[in-house]
Design a protein around this ligand. Structure first.
Ligand code: ZN
Ligand code: ZN
Length: 132
């Protein structure tokens, strides 16, 4: 499910998903984002694309161990840019302002009560958004 945080004073708004953005890297090296409820089917499609129609359990596990990750939506506390970031694999830097280090990134889902990056007021606790 998602939470929507809005800051009424400046209108800044961000939606965060509790499950983040799970992905699997396809044969072209691109991240394919897979979401509930078809997450497993979509991941399986990429596994088949990589390994062909016949593969062993071991090969499949290896693909899942090495080519999957989770790039949750993050908010840059400097410029308010919202972007997908996998803390395990991506450089800890905002692609827009390139200003922050790890401590300045906040997961969109955890924005409740945080200072607004635009006007520095405090964000709302969040309203329930979509459910998946
Ligand atoms: Zn930024
Ligand atoms: Zn604000």
């Amino acid at each position: 499910m998602s939470l929507i945080f809005t800051f009424e004073q400046c209108g800044f708004s961000v939606e965060g998903w509790d499950e983040g953005n799970p992905y699997i890297i396809n044969s072209k090296g691109k991240r394919v984002y897979c979401y509930h409820p078809s997450l497993e089917t979509e991941m399986e499609q990429v596994v088949v694309e990589l390994l062909g129609p016949i593969y062993t359990e071991q090969a499949r596990n290896e693909v899942l161990a090495t080519r999957t990750g989770n790039a949750a939506d993050h908010v840059c506390m400097h410029c308010g840019n919202i972007f997908k970031l996998d803390p395990k694999h991506d450089p800890m830097q905002c692609p827009k302002c390139r200003q922050w280090e790890a401590a300045d990134a906040v997961k969109a889902f955890e924005m409740g009560g945080m200072p607004c990056p635009k006007c520095h007021g405090t964000m709302s606790e969040g309203a329930m958004g979509a459910i998946s």
